[in-house]
Design a protein around this ligand. Structure first.
Ligand SMILES: [Zn+2]
Length: 391
């Protein structure tokens, strides 16, 4: 899944980060919130060989900066492969697949075949979004912690999942576990950018495509209370479509000493303001209604009340409006589009000849991307568009 700069400018708490990623970016629809009945994290669990191995892997892979174009993902893939092989996985079942500057990891946990069922895939991605060190309170590529949380780029998305799956494979192998159907680790290497490795895995690997289903560690997730009790585990059941457009305004320009009434930056600013002021219509599904019903009960308060009202009647305007001002929940109720980048002008004393805004949208499942594009065009309402697509 594509990632926001979820940790930029402040140091996130792990739980907050999980929550934000779940609600804000991509993992929008949940089947239900499943409340675990009991269980605290015992001290011996934390000190177990498995937990320590997980922490070792987690710490190591976070220390390798796997942002795009740095060519460091193969290092992580090779490290994970060597850990699996050292734990007893046959070399022929562990494959590092180079894809351009990045790589994928495929590791098969062979079964006894007794179930006769197709394999299960365990998914994750080894790359991370870029992180500017000067924007961080803590070093982004070093795992640090306080009493409650771990901090680092990728601490949640998705090196937590990658470390967990890998160390679980290692633990099961060491315990002599033999599955009754094959389990296959499939980690991609450029999920946050081009997704070429994902496409190679999905379309060019028959051995992976034959799986019955996949469990994705880059979605959902559990929450513990302050005293370590299991509170909730969220399951992703659908995903919004990620789409980015650029809006470019062109103008003949000129010298800044001779301003003209039309100006590429001013015109773009007007378009941006229109996008800011537009709200896509409320959408819902059985999953979102069930999600708000359960979450509203858990959360309580006036926000919880709004969730339950929405669950009972998603056309309840006040409830939908209340949820719309919550950045964590607005995406669960509708398509969203937001301007994320600007580029304009070429000299301080010249009138701009072009100005471009980047608009990133998260499209509600089931809504065609073309429909959102058309809506944006109508919202901007530019009748002077020269682009072939405007005709
Ligand atoms: Zn991710």
């Amino acid at each position: 899944m594509q990632t926001d700069h979820e940790e930029r400018g402040f140091t996130p708490r792990l739980k907050t980060a999980i929550y934000k990623e779940i609600a804000m970016k991509k993992i929008i629809l949940f089947l239900t919130a499943i409340v675990a009945s009991s269980g605290t994290v015992a001290e011996q669990d934390i000190n177990s060989e498995h937990a320590q191995k997980t922490l070792e892997i987690y710490t190591h892979i976070i220390s390798v900066e796997t942002s795009k174009n740095l060519g460091n993902v193969p290092e992580v893939a090779n490290y994970l492969a060597s850990e699996l092989i050292a734990a007893g996985f046959p070399e022929e079942d562990v494959e590092v697949l180079p894809v351009g500057e990045t790589a994928a990891l495929i590791a098969r946990y062979r079964s006894d075949g007794s179930s006769g069922k197709a394999p299960i895939l365990l998914l994750g991605h080894m790359d991370v979004v870029e992180a500017l060190e000067q924007d961080w309170e803590r070093p982004p590529f070093e795992l640090t912690k306080d009493d409650s949380y771990f901090y680092a780029r990728g601490s949640v998305d998705n090196k937590f999942g990658v470390a967990q799956i890998t160390s679980t494979f290692i633990r099961l192998m060491k315990e002599g576990f033999v599955p009754n159907r094959d389990l296959i680790i499939v980690f991609s290497g450029d999920e946050e950018s081009t997704m070429i490795s994902t496409r190679v895995l999905a379309y060019e690997r028959k051995d992976i495509a034959e799986a019955e289903f996949a469990l994705n560690s880059d979605a959902g997730g559990g929450h513990l209370s302050a005293d370590g009790k299991a509170v909730v585990y969220l399951i992703q059941a659908a995903e919004k479509t990620y789409v980015t457009w650029e809006i470019t305004v062109r103008n003949p320009g000129g010298h800044s000493s001779r301003p003209r009434p039309d100006n590429a930056i001013y015109d773009l600013a007007k378009a941006i303001t229109k996008i800011q002021g537009y709200q896509f219509p409320v959408r819902w599904s059985d999953m979102t209604l069930k999600f708000f019903e359960e979450t509203g009960q858990q959360l309580g308060g006036e926000l919880g009340e709004a969730m339950m009202q929405f669950a009972q009647n998603p056309e309840h305007q006040a409830a939908a409006d209340r949820l719309a001002i919550e950045s964590s929940y607005v995406g669960t109720t509708r398509t969203t589009c937001v301007v994320t980048m600007l580029q304009a002008g070429h000299a301080e004393n010249a009138l701009p000849q072009s100005a471009t805004a980047t608009v990133n949208c998260r499209v509600f499942p089931g809504v065609p991307v073309a429909e959102v594009k058309k809506t944006l065009e109508q919202v901007i309402g530019n009748d002077k568009c020269q682009h072939p697509e405007c005709k």
